[in-house]
Design a protein around this ligand. Structure first.
Ligand SMILES: Nc1ncnc2c1ncn2[C@@H]1O[C@H](COP(=O)(O)OP(=O)(O)OP(=O)(O)O)[C@@H](O)[C@H]1O
Ligand SMILES: [Mg+2]
Length: 251
């Protein structure tokens, strides 16, 4: 049974059909790539899965349950986390504080409880332990006290990825995890993804423009074009697919 299944998913923005009857599946423990030219609907598709955009039609099944129509919060609670195309770190905060941001209902943030340490001390310590755990997973524990602005571009992307691990997700949706990162670091980010899959059983659906790196790590690749799914196959199949080459590489 696949971890994620989409059935005839559609998204219209006014007269524009950004996602057009997309059906796909992601097997448990797989790393699946989602590629396509600019504007082909990749980010919109991730938004639909994550519940941050409302579908026009279609169904989304995750871990055996229908999640179509759930809010982004509810989808996150079910075990789907996402990274964004533009990293959204707070540069003047430390690495650890950035990792702590997604934790919900922190008592110390509540004006009523905040003045009384004993109401939130234990929770705070538990959260910090969890955050240290994810920082260790992305090899940033040694930088826990550094300002996010002092991290390298690659480390920022890793921190962002680590932060999305805070809720122990089963599925991680990543939108261009290597955007703006030097090539050698980009490769390291994918090695990290591969390690997270191996050690923590996390499943990945990854939008990426750097095909030469992506293709080294994926189990399969879906190709989108103008909102439609154009092809699905192994990295080798996709690299040698004539139609894909035409729309994607323009040859
Ligand atoms: N909120 C929105 N309102 C209106 N149109 C939108 C909105 N979001 C996306 N679109 C349009 O939907 C289409 C698909 O956009 P999307 O961002 O999903 O593409 P993409 O494949 O992620 O592209 P890129 O590779 O450039 O990130 C585009 O034509 C885009 O202009
Ligand atoms: Mg996009």
């Amino acid at each position: 049974m696949p971890l994620l299944q989409l059935f005839n998913l559609r998204k219209d923005f006014g007269g524009l059909r950004a996602v057009d009857d997309v059906s796909l599946e992601v097997a448990t423990g797989a790393i699946v790539g989602l590629i396509g030219p600019n504007g082909s609907g990749k980010s919109t598709l991730l938004n639909l899965i994550a519940g941050s955009a409302e579908r026009t039609a279609g169904r989304i099944i995750f871990d055996g349950d229908e999640i179509s129509g759930l809010s982004a919060d509810q989808v996150f609670q079910r075990g789907i986390a996402r990274g964004y195309q533009d990293p959204s770190l707070y540069l003047k905060m430390t690495t650890l504080d950035n990792a702590l941001l997604p934790v919900k209902s922190q008592r110390g943030e509540h004006p009523w409880y905040a003045p009384w340490r004993r109401f939130w001390q234990k929770q705070e310590a538990e959260n910090a332990r969890a955050a240290a755990g994810v920082l260790e997973q992305v090899q940033l524990l040694g930088h826990y006290d550094s300002l996010a602005s002092d991290l390298s571009g690659g480390q920022m992307k890793l921190l962002e990825m680590g932060r999305s691990l805070m809720g122990s997700p089963k599925l991680l949706l990543l939108d261009e995890p290597t955007a703006g990162v030097a090539p050698n670091l980009a490769y390291e980010i994918f090695e990290e993804i591969s390690r997270l899959r191996q050690q923590h059983g996390i499943t990945f659906l990854i939008v990426e423009h750097r095909l030469e790196i992506l293709f080294d790590f994926v189990d399969s690749v879906y190709v989108m074009h103008l909102g439609n799914l154009l092809a699905h196959g192994s990295a080798d199949d996709i690299a040698s697919n004539e139609t894909v080459r035409e729309v994607y590489f323009g040859d």
